[in-house]
Design a protein. Sequence first.
Length: 472
Amino acid sequence: MKLIFITLSLLLSTSSFANANRAWTILKANGGNYKVYPRVIENLVNDGLYFTSIPYVKEYLFRNKGQSNRELDKLIDEIVSEVGIKQFEVLPDSALSSSTAPMLKYIYAKKLFRKKQYSKTLQVLNKAIPGDHAAKPFALFLEASAFSLLGKTDNAVSSYKRCVSVSNDQRSDYKNDANRTRQLEINRDYCIVGVARTQFAAKKFEEANLSYLDLEKSSYIWPEILFEEAWNSFYLRDYNRTLGKLVTYKAPVLDFIFNPEIDVLRALTYMELCLWNDTRNVVDGFYKAYTSDHSKLKGFLRKHRKDYKYYYLLMKSYSKGTPSGNKLLDKYIKGIRNDPAYREMFVTFSEGRKEIEKVKKLSSGSAQKIFLRNLKDSLVLQRDLLGAYVRKGIMQYTAQLNKAFEGMSYIKLEVLARKKAILYNTKYEGVRSRGNIRNLKRNEKQYFWTFNGEFWADELGDYVFSLKSECN
């Protein structure tokens, strides 16, 4: 009985991967000729072996430039949707540009965008992505961003609004796919904010102020946008609302947000109100919090350079509860771990690792050996992409902190100059009242909350100070 059970289990295990076994048969029968790769890829995809199929996709694209294959295009779209775009961003531009797969055209457009070739980005997007394609919402966001950076404000706003609409439409189509729904919601919210960012860049601060408020507080990206709202209020000279937005970052639920420029803007705002003691306290607190660990991090980055595996393992250790030993670095890592793009890459990596057990169940030992080797190549690349993303995040945070130190140095000097000017040109009237409701400003999308002891749990981000400027 036991022997029969084992035999049946083996048969069921083998038959459940009939497509992958067929892929191996096709490869053997044709001597590994790349021209049969589309059939190989199809069979692997049919058994859910997406990462295992990647090397065959890449080699076929590289060797078969300029020739379209609609069936393969559909398969590529499916593979990219499962493994993410990072795996294919490493392909040369020539392979991406010659492909007719809409998803690869989108990836090519993204690479052009990063090279600041915005007009060419728009040319590729206009020809490549059908209106009902899965990549369309993300292509519209990229299109709108390109228009914005080209200074074409009206075109940008129009594309961002289309992006919101298309993202919502597709969201209803994928309501049973939680991962896809989350991607579309985040894309939609970035497009909502894109309208405000474009208006801000065009110095339409009043319009931007209203547009930022269109983003729901339940949005995943809302915490990072508070800082932008604060800057917009600063340019409107609504300094009390700037401080109100910034104080929200002290909420415990937002402790994963790290942005050193928050302190710079806070100090700058106090300086504009001529509240010198408050300005000095923010500056001194900033130097005390970051100077020592920041200096140590410079040596850390020089030591590990581009060791992507190390950075992947660093994140892995932190995620398991082992801190790095540098509080500032831990702040960086925590922020990166909560980044939607990083989380998406990690999820796909975890799913890819599940393919190992599938491949081990194939009937042919040779098939197992070859497919496992290909799968390992894809997974090692995904691991290194994760590590590279962690390193890039640390580098970006470090650059922000360098900029913040420069900003604080400027503020210290500017405070001295302004205090000197006030002493020479006006009379200082002494200590004034710290706040009055008459100093508040609000628009039609904002209301006054009476506050009966409620704090962070109720209306995060709607706080506003009521300080009076002490400038004469």
